[in-house]
Design a protein around this ligand. Structure first.
Ligand code: ATP
Ligand code: MG
Length: 422
């Protein structure tokens, strides 16, 4: 029979890798909680209009990356390409604005984009993100950026840069757009095919095109900062002052525009030098217009999302050792009576809360000890027919080889006290 394989760009995380992932997720959760964010779990799929309306029709995501399919009644559904749209929908749908305390959420889970798979770019990937609603204060931007910075720093990721830019308000960009379009049209011949198309569709996106020819052209382009209102400038200055105050390092990048349409004012991205072409670890910004665009009341909002695959790629190996090894007991029950007593011992240890394993294929003590070693168990409970008849067993420390007799009648508590570091 032919073998069925996984889908291209969709990866399995095997048991050897999941501790690393758990470490990342737990670290992010812990930091988010410390900053007063609470977990929200939103659905994997939504109606297509939600993403089309929020992310923007002429963005890479909506134009070519969405997994869209008709439901059985014909409704168009889409696998979520990001978490912000769904979180905003839930915020509106459950009237969270009526709750008189700041609404600060975090989420983590798979996202889906039909992209060309390569290192750090998958079709099913994972993000951790936060969203803060209702606070039009530069300190909310600072809080979110500081959280992002601390999560990445605690993980010990090497060579990170936080880039930040001011996108101004929609009205500022309305002034800037024709200026930029005029300049780009003048240099159209030198732009990549994608950017030629973007001139009309989404000219600001040309600014962060990675193609070297485009970069040379846009380096000389008129800057958005020149079209910004006084309010937008002052808001951004306060964000930067806040970051300075709490010593979060950043560098200004006037090209940073982000691929989603809903951002305004503060926008930021964290990049790592050793990720190759896919160097963005996470990104976010303020998106004060989105809640209203999706039918809610006008609500200021700010958030970020980080890509967990890229963090996992960057995570130093030494971080794995931060995961405490369980003191797992290998139960070596052999012989007729020993096997039966072994099953009871496993159950008793586990219900008591002690991790316990056995390889039921092993029938001799020697085979059991080999499996205990392979599984990296620090302790083995030796339980043959003789021991079973006596109502006792032997707990062996696999490293020191020291052995202790334990009574089966009060097995878990005796094992527990022997597992404690002396
Ligand atoms: P990129 O420029 O790398 O395509 P993006 O602007 O599309 O990134 P966002 O939508 O801001 O990315 O998503 C935030 C983060 O999610 C990215 O910085 C990245 O770490 C991660 N990410 C985005 N798309 C993918 C993907 N296809 N595979 C793996 N990670 C991804
Ligand atoms: Mg992308």
């Amino acid at each position: 029979m032919s073998v069925i394989k996984g889908v291209k760009g969709v990866k399995d995380l095997l048991p050897e890798e999941t501790p690393r992932w758990r470490f990342i997720e737990e670290s992010a959760r812990r930091w988010a909680t410390r900053y007063g964010f609470h977990e929200i779990r939103i659905p994997i799929f939504e109606v297509t209009t939600l993403f089309a309306r929020s992310i923007g029709a002429s963005t890479d995501i909506v134009e070519k990356e969405m997994y869209t399919f008709p439901d059985r009644d014909g409704t168009s559904l889409t696998l979520r390409p990001e978490g912000t749209a769904g979180t905003v929908r839930a915020y509106i749908e459950h009237n969270r604005a009526a709750i008189p305390v700041p609404q600060k959420y975090f989420y983590t889970g798979p996202m889906f984009r039909h992209e060309r798979p390569q290192a750090g770019r998958l079709r099913q990937f994972h993000q951790f993100g936060v969203e803060s609603y209702g606070i039009a204060d530069p300190r909310a931007d600072v809080e979110v950026i500081a959280l992002l910075w601390h999560i990445l720093h605690e993980l010990g990721l090497p060579s990170l840069t936080l880039e930040i830019n001011n996108l101004g308000q929609a009205a500022d960009r309305d002034i800037y757009r024709p200026v930029l379009v005029g300049y780009l049209k003048h240099h159209e011949a030198g732009l990549c095919g994608n950017c030629k198309h973007r001139i009309e569709a989404n000219p600001l996106r040309v600014l962060d095109c990675k193609v070297p020819e485009c970069r040379i052209i846009t380096e000389q382009a008129p800057r958005l900062s020149e079209s910004l209102s006084e309010t937008a400038r002052s808001y951004f200055a306060q964000v930067l002052a806040g970051l300075d105050l709490i010593h979060i390092p950043y560098s200004l990048n006037h090209r940073l525009v982000r691929g989603l349409d809903y951002y305004n004012l503060t926008t930021f991205e964290v990049t790592a030098t050793n990720l190759g072409a896919q160097n963005a670890v996470g990104a976010g910004g303020r998106y004060d217009g989105l809640v209203e665009t999706l039918g809610g009341a006008s609500t200021p909002a700010v958030g970020f999302a980080v890509g967990l695959e890229r963090i996992a790629m960057l995570l130093p190996d030494s971080q794995n050792s931060l995961i405490p090894a369980d003191k797992t007991v290998y139960v070596a029950g052999f012989g007729n009576k020993g096997s039966v007593a072994g099953l009871t011992a496993l159950e008793e240890l586990r219900t008591f809360g002690i991790p316990a394993v056995s390889d039921f294929r092993a029938t001799t003590l020697k085979a059991h000890l080999r499996q205990a070693d392979r599984l990296g168990c620090q302790f083995t409970l030796l339980l043959g027919d003789d021991e079973a008849i006596k109502g006792a067993a032997v707990l062996r420390n696999m490293e020191s080889k020291s052995q202790h007799d334990v009574l089966l009648s009060s097995l878990p508590s005796q094992v527990q006290s022997l597992l404690r570091p002396s």
